[in-house]
Design a protein around this ligand. Structure first.
Ligand SMILES: *Cc1c(COP(=O)(O)O)cnc(C)c1O
Length: 236
């Protein structure tokens, strides 16, 4: 099946599951196009897809130059671990950085946004499952970062919510527990920082987006189920 058909199938599934949980229309789809060519992204965009996710800034930058020209409405989210020296390019090309996984990176994001006068949305990546490596380890560190944003230290940074990756396992209970942990964090932080809108819960991938929606996901990040298997030896 082609990208267009896969996309339609994934969307139909999202609709049907979210309807069952009484959350119809509440779940956005981020199409994760890493390791797939610009032609695949264009195919998805032609089929009406607007939100795209990429792990690597360099790769995204090359690909999205072409996509943005044809589809000015397309938006890019960075979802992979962001190195400091890639932040400048990341803030130039992305509307959201979902993989804010440590406090120090906020200084660099603010600096680079200020240089070009751009505001950027961010999600805090939270470590909720044993097998994933990235993300904030503690709720206190996230609280401290939100505290700094609320004091005006990062005027170009708009916090919107949280992101996580569930452990790669067949154990549905463990996956569910991971998503539940993110939801609980989000409820707690929203109550402590009512001045921000922290409702975005980016959770769920090709293998577990059904569970994620049941657990309150507002954005699923789906790659393989839309674009097919990736041409890479590792799981990045
Ligand atoms: C690759 C990736 C995805 C998409 O994974 P699939 O299993 O291909 O759907 C989602 N989120 C992150 C952070 C990723 O790195």
């Amino acid at each position: 099946m082609g990208v267009k058909e896969n996309l339609a199938k994934v969307k139909a599934e999202i609709d049907s599951i979210s309807k069952k949980c009484g959350r119809e229309g509440k779940v956005k789809l981020l199409a994760v196009s890493k390791f797939h060519p610009a032609s695949s992204v264009l195919e998805a965009a032609e089929a009406g897809q607007i939100l795209f996710g990429e792990n690597r800034v360099q790769e995204a930058s090359e690909k999205f130059c072409e996509v943005a020209k044809k589809f000015p409405a397309a938006r890019l989210h960075i979802i992979g671990h962001l190195q400091r020296n890639k932040v400048k390019e990341a803030v130039r090309i992305a509307s959201c950085i979902q993989s804010v996984d440590r406090a120090e990176i906020l200084d660099e994001i603010e600096k680079r946004c200020a240089e070009i006068g751009k505001e950027i949305e961010i999600l805090f990546e939270y470590h909720t499952g044993e097998e994933s490596k990235s993300g904030f380890e503690s709720e206190d560190e996230i609280r401290a970062a939100l505290g700094k944003i609320s004091c005006g230290k990062y005027p170009h940074i708009k916090p919107r919510g949280f992101m996580t990756m569930a452990p790669f396992t067949e154990d549905e209970g463990a996956i569910r527990a991971s998503f539940k942990k993110l939801r609980e964090l989000s409820i707690l932080m929203q109550s402590e920082f009512p001045q921000f809108d922290l409702k975005e819960l980016s959770m769920g991938m090709s293998g577990d987006f059904r569970i994620a929606i049941e657990e309150g996901s507002t954005m699923v990040r789906v790659g393989t189920a839309i674009f097919g298997a990736r041409n890479t030896g590792n799981n990045q």
